[in-house]
Design a protein around this ligand. Structure first.
Ligand code: SF4
Length: 280
């Protein structure tokens, strides 16, 4: 792993470099996404001694679809290899293990911010705020390299707030450049309740869908080019044949949680989930 994050590939989970932190540190509530209840800090019963998942190939069939959606943005390997210097929670002290589990969600939030900031710096329309974005990226990177004590004491919500101001400005600049004259173009749908909404074929070019709740919405064939999707809840959203080219602040967990097809056009920053084309 390089000293400085410069490559978006460092902002994706690398389970081979992690001590299975997401399978231990996070709490699960029994639901359609997880087949059991598990408190934070307790290993999932499916986690093997080598930190691999014992049911990896059958997660969806066995009721653990939430695990196929999750991504730590590279926080797992950072905490395992850098913050705790390769000390496995299984062999270290209980106190170290507890601190590791406390710090992991903090670093995950910081890495998510790194993802957005890296993407923002790749948007030509956001050039006027690139200097501030670069500073925010450097500061966030520095924070991820804090000691366990520093990370545990960090007011991550306040840092998110600061970065969010910049991301909002970035969004305005980027969406102003999104083409199209349709009804939905540029529309501000921030935080909108669009659960189950019928938006088939909708023109949402350059729309702000920040934090919008689109659970089970029908966006088949919709045009979402240049839309801001930060924090949008896309669980079970149907993106079949939708066009998300140039959509930004879209993360892999969001895409993984949605439905789609081979005809869905995605931004280059995210991959096509296997279950979209594997009948899952
Ligand atoms: S089911 Fe597998 S991937 Fe999900 S938490 Fe348990 S061990 Fe981890």
């Amino acid at each position: 792993m390089p000293d400085q994050i410069t490559d978006p590939s460092d902002l994706r989970g690398d389970c081979a470099q992690c001590f299975g932190l997401c399978c231990v540190a996070l709490p699960f509530a029994r639901s359609a996404d997880f087949a059991l209840n598990k408190p934070a800090g307790k290993p999932c019963p499916n986690l093997q001694g080598d930190h691999r998942c014992g049911i990896h190939a059958d997660l969806r069939q066995k009721g653990f679809s939430g695990c196929t959606v999750y991504d730590c943005f590279g926080a797992g390997q950072k905490v395992s290899r850098i913050t705790f210097g390769g000390q496995d929670w299984r062999t270290g002290s209980k106190e170290d293990a507890r601190r590791m589990f406390d710090v992991f969600p903090v670093v995950r939030q910081l890495h998510e911010l790194l993802w957005y900031l890296t993407e923002a710096l790749g948007l030509p329309a956001a050039r006027p705020v690139h200097p501030e974005l670069r500073k925010a990226l450097e500061r966030t990177e520095r924070l991820t390299r804090g000691t366990p004590g520093e990370l545990a004491a960090l007011d991550v919500a306040a840092h998110r707030q600061e970065v969010n101001v910049l991301l909002l400005r970035t969004s305005e600049l980027a969406r102003a450049g999104a083409g199209g004259k349709g009804k939905g173009k540029g529309k501000d749908r921030r935080g909108a309740d669009l659960i189950g909404a019928r938006l088939k074929g909708a023109d949402l070019r350059g729309a702000s869908l920040r934090g919008a709740c689109l659970i089970a919405a029908d966006l088949t064939g919709a045009d979402l080019r240049g839309a801001d999707l930060i924090g949008a809840d896309l669980r079970d959203t149907d993106l079949t044949d939708a066009d998300l080219t140039g959509a930004f602040f879209l993360t892999q967990p969001q895409v993984n949680a949605a439905r789609g097809s081979a005809g869905t056009r995605l931004p280059e920053s995210v991959g096509r989930p296997v279950h979209w084309t594997a009948g899952g």
